[in-house]
Design a binder for this molecule. Structure first.
Ligand code: Q9C
Ligand code: ZN
Length: 342
């Protein structure tokens, strides 16, 4: 399997996040991607290719255009305002406030275009976001060109980014952009299968009223787990999209037996939909030692995930999402891919 990777991810580094009352270095750090890349090499998964540059015109249809236009301007506006450190959102237009009027200052706009403080900017963040977007689309091209599967080693991740907001370490929804690209290329139906520990709220929102993109999520129950405000089992899609969104919320402590039962059920729904291509939002924060998560998957379980997805016998694009146990992130992520290859 070919991997697409860009070194530009590394400029998104040193950003801080607020955890339990303290500002700490972000869990979403450059070593994540570097360790996965090193494991691709030692496992001889296949060639590692650089991304080709792709216009963001497609991202402006998947997201709202004004949101995508905002992202490259953040750091220069932050610096022009005399600010240093990480550009972290801090005020949000929640219930009772105006979410329809874009304010003017960078501090205000960061809140307007986010749902939490988890997606913050440093100097190299935009270039990393754009490279991650390019990695996803370049890997999608490989699948369209006839590869059985390809691995988009995206960083930063994407699945929490909605139509007009960032959050949860995510800015552009790389998997959603790739799914739309496959549709534009003539795929009649596309499935996004999200196995990251956290619910892919952004992907669900983007495709919620559509029947041409099926969205399936396996994740920590939002009653107790981030992102808290989406991902319940009764969210089944709206209008023409009704019945094309499937959520599998699971409790803290979920291990392979229960998790894989959800995966089996998800794969049955996926197969019944009969998509032309599958986009896997591949997070490995389901791992028992993940520092911010509460599932109990073991390293030996990840190849089994790959084998189950391979049994679908469909062209498959793997898009990297979360996973914060950096010591094992390479073994676990690449384990899914080697399991897929059989
Ligand atoms: N105490 C992805 O996995 N909140 N994003 C963490 C830590 C944000 C995860 C709180 C988690 C976002 C792509
Ligand atoms: Zn996650």
């Amino acid at each position: 399997m070919k991997t697409v990777f860009s070194p530009l991810h590394a400029g998104h580094s040193g950003q801080m996040e607020l955890v339990a009352g303290e500002i700490v270095p972000g869990f979403e750090k450059p070593s994540r991607a570097e360790i996965i890349k090193a494991r691709v090499e030692t496992e001889k998964l296949g060639p590692i290719l650089p991304p080709e540059s792709h216009d963001v015109a497609l991202a402006k249809r998947v997201h709202r255009a004004d949101y995508i236009d905002f992202l490259p301007t953040v750091w220069e506006r932050w610096e022009a305002a005399g600010k240093t450190g990480s550009a972290i959102p801090f005020t949000w237009p929640t219930r009772g406030l105006r979410g329809d009027v874009a304010p003017r200052t960078i501090e205000a706009l960061l809140g307007f275009y986010s749902f939490d403080g988890g997606a913050s900017f440093v100097k190299g963040t935009w270039d990393a976001i754009k490279s991650s977007h390019d990695v996803g689309l370049t890997a999608a091209h490989l699948v369209k060109a006839g590869e059985r599967a390809a691995f988009a080693l995206c960083r930063p991740p994407g699945h929490h980014a909605g139509a007009a907001f960032m959050g949860g370490y995510c800015f552009i929804n790389n998997a959603a952009v790739a799914a739309q690209w496959f549709r534009d290329q003539g795929a009649a139906r596309v499935t996004v299968l999200d196995v990251d520990y956290h619910h892919g709220n952004g992907t669900q929102e983007i495709f919620y009223d559509r029947a041409d993109v099926q969205v399936i999520n396996l994740h920590g129950d939002p009653m107790t787990e981030y992102p808290f405000f989406l991902g319940h089992a009764d969210e089944r899609g709206a209008g023409p999209g009704e019945g094309f969104n499937h959520n599998y919320p699971m409790p803290f402590g979920t291990a392979w037996d229960a998790w894989s039962a959800s995966l089996d059920d998800a794969c049955e729904k996926l197969a019944a939909y009969s998509p032309d291509v599958v986009v896997v939002s591949l997070g490995v924060d389901t791992f028992e030692k993940d520092p911010i998560s509460h599932f109990k998957l073991k390293s030996a379980d990840y190849p089994k995930i790959g084998r189950r997805i391979a049994k679908l016998n469909l062209p498959t694009l793997f898009v990297m999402e979360g996973g914060y146990a950096v010591d094992e992130i390479g073994v676990n992520a690449v384990g899914v891919l080697t399991g897929f290859e059989g």
